[in-house]
Design a protein around this ligand. Structure first.
Ligand code: FES
Length: 904
């Protein structure tokens, strides 16, 4: 066939059934991304004869004789298209995976379409930004700041920005690999079964199929897909390939072939004989005597109580809750439910493996934890650490989902066995059925309070559904049971928590790490107490929330390594109160309006140590090379680390060349999770930079023959006593290498605070919720990059709003996920997300670099509760389960009205 792409002629024939998206990528146009392969997300948008199309939906042969434009051809030569420039100026991206498609759609809009952006952009999903920065780009607002001066505290643009808007930033699979093999996974149709046999003969007969791997080929070393610095935190309940399947979608066999089509056909030809085992889907049932045992394992697996399907449990408290309830004038008791939701990062889980000429296993993976993945692969496959390298290029979103080893192990198995490069890329459906999710939780909260609002007792029982595997099960439960009640100065607290196995898709780490679920329950209960005594929602929280210096108690032990590096909760209350002191606009006719608030305390850094090393050296041209282990997946660390180093070295961020997230560069980094990229890894960078600055000043003083105290490092030179030496000259003449290391262990940990407020209107006839005002006040310490930090809050709020309003994975009574596509899962799109006003408290943290605190996860936490509280205020009805879909809201209002008419 003949097709023109970005002005170049191509004649390559498409493969049978090939879509235009993969055809273009086969030609090397990697700016065309896969987000869903179903026409739902827009990441693959290109122009065909000038018209935007979702290239995943268009058969490649239909491009015959036509002109195709991808993001790489949108500008004129080296010139950016005005829309690319606008996205660069507004920094209308975070991970950047959606950006090419978003720009292509945005650049195609006419004036009428631009007047209704909600409609015009509804086919393009962004999971990171919350759309405000995209709207800013379309409005032509410039947010980035190229001014000179101290790098920290400014809106320094992301270094990858120009490549992202051009479609030239390289993500995990944006690479041509000679002789690449493709893997597809055969997955269990049963929720619980034993594999009696697998007949691979027909699969191996498929032309192009190279190998089939089953449990017989699997290492017998058990592990957890969750990655933590201390691997014993999670149970060893997983094998690369197991002969028992415990959820619908668990991998049973891997087929490796010369093409994806052959690998898929090979999977279809496998003949697998299963012995069906009894299954259990509800955690409360799974804990009962006689329930099917999901993991019949010994103590070596570190499962708390396998016979009761309990992966881990927590019991603790302070004071005496019975006495506390006896002292109470008001008692509220309620049970709340938060469902299973998916991270929905646009780049699915993926990895490419190969063995290099030194016999080293290399994995190019979409991961937040390259160092911990290397460590576990070495453990599982019995390899020397030095013989495993894991690295990532730019990662297309993670949100905690990539603190997991879901593809690297099976790719490693095939690569080591075949000694050829192997690729595995999850489909969007696999993301829903075989990747991890948020833990669904049932949380009962009983609160006692005096008539003046003072809390006397808090009792909380948490049942968390960890699914078929225990990855993150106990750690998420611990976090869930901690800060949600530690934030209140109540003398009597009791917590009981259970992380329970069921035959459902495994849960895992997800932004907020269990806290959004318990926060919803506790903040809803606080609100009910406030309503009962006629107290304002902010006032009751001010009255009871911890003050600086108070012990942060939940399960009984004050966490000795958690301190108040700074305290800004009081400022957050003030900021929110002022923001809502405007009377509000009149509601739409017939709608009910209300306001709701919720707070959150978060010490996101994992306990027990989170380790980071940074290296920095002076380069021959007088610029610097900075090497860090932490990964960039839209969290902005590549920008912030350059800012930190530039501030210390009194230079511009552009003079810092950054290498990141590659175990081949040495050092160690626990990983880009727990909101540690700035506050932990950034501290290591600050230390490395300070050490290098000292070395430079020493060397310059010697070279200039002046006192070290008279020397000043500024820009590209050191000056002192009227003399000057350029850094490039110093590099040549210094006796020693000018290079330094900085390390941190993440101890002690500080706390961040967030308070969210909503004003909503509720239509009592349709059940629709409209958000009239959304404000979040955050204590992020001293903000290093306000634009980026604001965007983290906006993105977190948008994700949380999706979970509060629409998102919910539906599992049928045989354990199947029934809505495993974006189309019927309902991610928030452009018109669904209101602008959130983001306000920062002014504090300076004593622990974080330049006074900064964590602010990636915590903005998510208070949103669901604040929204439910606003709906309660508007309607008088308490909704105990998320999401607040219109049909449920309507049904709840009808039921409440019926109860009022017919009192029991
Ligand atoms: Fe839009 Fe990440 S920036 S999906």
């Amino acid at each position: 066939m003949s097709v023109k792409v970005n002005g170049q002629d191509f004649t390559q024939e498409p493969k049978p059934g090939q879509c235009l998206r993969t055809y273009l990528r086969d030609l090397g146009w990697f700016g065309v991304k896969k987000g869903c392969d179903a026409g739902d997300c827009g990441a693959c948008t290109v122009y065909v004869d000038g018209e935007p199309v979702h290239s995943c939906l268009m058969p490649a042969f239909r491009a015959e004789g036509r002109e195709v434009t991808t993001i790489e051809g949108l500008g004129a030569g080296d010139e950016l298209h005005p829309m690319q420039r606008a996205f660069l100026d507004a920094q209308g991206f975070q991970c950047g995976f959606c950006t090419a498609g978003m720009i292509m759609t945005a650049a195609s809009l006419n004036q009428a379409q631009r007047a209704d952006l909600g409609h015009a952009l509804k086919g393009n999903i962004c999971r990171c930004t919350g759309y405000r920065s995209i709207d800013d780009a379309l409005e032509g607002r410039r947010e980035t700041d190229d001014a000179s001066g101290d790098a920290c505290g400014r809106n320094v643009p992301a270094p990858a920005g120009p490549d992202i808007v051009r479609g030239q930033a390289r993500f995990t699979l944006d690479v041509d690999v000679e002789g690449l093999l493709h893997m597809k996974l055969a997955r269990s149709p049963h929720a619980h079964a034993r594999v009696r046999s697998i007949d691979t003969r027909a699969a191996l007969d498929v032309p192009g199929v190279v190998a089939v791997f089953t449990h017989a080929d699997s290492p017998k070393t058990a592990f957890s897909s969750a990655r933590h610095e201390d691997r014993t935190i999670d149970p060893d309940d997983t094998l690369v390939l197991d002969d028992v399947v415990r959820f619908v979608g668990q991998r049973v066999a891997a087929v490796v072939a010369e093409s994806e089509a052959a690998a898929e056909e090979g999977c279809r030809r496998l003949v697998i004989d299963y012995e069906i085992l009894p299954a259990v889907f509800e955690p409360e049932e799974a804990m009962q005597p006689g329930a099917p045992v999901i993991h019949d394992k010994g103590p070596e697996a570190r499962i708390h109580d396998p016979q009761r399907n309990i992966a881990g449990e927590i019991h603790g408290g302070v004071g005496n809750v019975e006495e506390g309830f006896a002292q109470a004038d008001i008692i509220h008791d309620g049970t709340n439910f938060t469902p299973r939701t998916q991270h929905a990062h646009l780049e699915t889980h993926a990895a490419i493996g190969w063995v290099d000429e030194h016999g080293t296993l290399n994995l190019r993976a979409s991961t937040q934890v390259p160092f911990l993945t290397r460590k576990e692969l070495a453990h599982v496959f019995g390899l020397d650490h030095a013989k495993v390298r894991v690295f990532c290029e730019r990662v297309g979103g993670g949100f905690g989902g990539k603190q997991e080893m879901l593809v690297e192990d099976i790719v490693a198995l095939a690569t080591l066995k075949l000694q050829r490069p192997v690729k595995l890329e999850f489909t969007r459906a696999e993301q829903f059925t075989a990747a991890t999710t948020r833990h669904p939780m049932r949380v009962s909260v009983k609160l006692g309070a005096k008539r003046d609002g003072t809390l006397t007792a808090i009792a909380m029982r948490v049942v968390s559904n960890t699914g078929a595997y225990g990855n993150h099960g106990l750690a998420v439960l611990e976090h869930a049971c901690s800060e949600s009640i530690a934030v209140y100065r109540c003398p009597n607290k009791k917590v009981d928590g259970y992380a329970v196995y069921t035959n459902t898709v495994p849960a895992g780490g997800f932004r907020g790490y269990g806290l959004p679920q318990t926060n919803f329950a506790v903040e809803s209960a606080i609100d009910e107490v406030a309503h009962a005594i006629g107290m304002d929602g902010l006032a009751i929280r001010r009255l009871n929330a911890i003050h600086e210096g108070d012990a942060m108690l939940s399960t009984g032990e004050a966490h000795g390594d958690v301190i108040y590096g700074s305290y800004g909760l009081d400022q957050c209350f003030d900021l929110i109160a002022r923001a809502f002191d405007d009377g509000g606009a009149p509601p739409p006719d017939g709608w009910l309006t209300g306001e709701g608030f919720a707070l959150c305390l978060a010490n996101t850094i994992p306990p027990g140590g989170h380790f980071s090393d940074s290296f920095i050296s002076l380069r021959p041209d007088g610029t610097y090379e900075l090497t860090v282990g932490t990964a960039e997946f839209g969290n902005g660390t590549t920008t912030v680390h350059r800012q930190i180093a530039a501030s210390v070295l009194a230079t511009a961020p552009d003079n810092i060349v950054l290498r990141s997230s590659d175990t081949g560069h040495g050092g160690h980094d626990t990983g880009a999770f727990g909101s540690t990229g700035t506050v932990v890894a950034g501290r290591a960078t600050e230390r490395a930079a300070r050490a290098l600055r000292d070395m430079i000043l020493d060397a310059a003083a010697k070279a200039l023959g002046v006192s070290r105290d008279d020397c000043t490092l500024q820009g590209d030179a050191v000056t002192g006593s009227g003399k000057r030496i350029a850094l490039s000259e110093l590099h040549k003449t210094a006796d020693d290498d000018l290079a330094a290391t900085g390390s941190t262990n993440g101890i002690p940990r500080s706390v961040a605070f967030n308070v969210h407020g909503f004003r909503v209107a509720v239509n009592p006839v349709s059940g629709e919720i409209r958000i009239l005002k959304s404000v979040q006040a955050a204590d992020a310490g001293t903000v290093i990059n306000p634009m980026q930090c604001r965007a983290q809050v906006e993105g977190g709020v948008a994700q949380a709003l999706g979970a509060a309003l629409y998102e919910e994975m539906v599992i049928d009574d045989e354990g199947r996920v029934t809505n495993a596509q974006f189309r019927n899962y309902h991610l928030p799109a452009f018109p669904d997300v209101p602008r959130t006003q983001v306000l920062f408290a002014e504090t300076h943290d004593t622990l974080g670099p330049f006074g900064a605190k964590s602010m990636s996860e915590s903005p998510y936490n208070p949103v669901g509760a604040a929204l439910a509280n606003a709906v309660r205020d508007a309607t008088g009805v308490r909704f105990h389960a998320l999401p607040l879909k219109p049909d449920r809201l309507f049904a709840g209002l009808v039921a409440a009205a019926a109860e009022i008419k017919e009192p029991q």
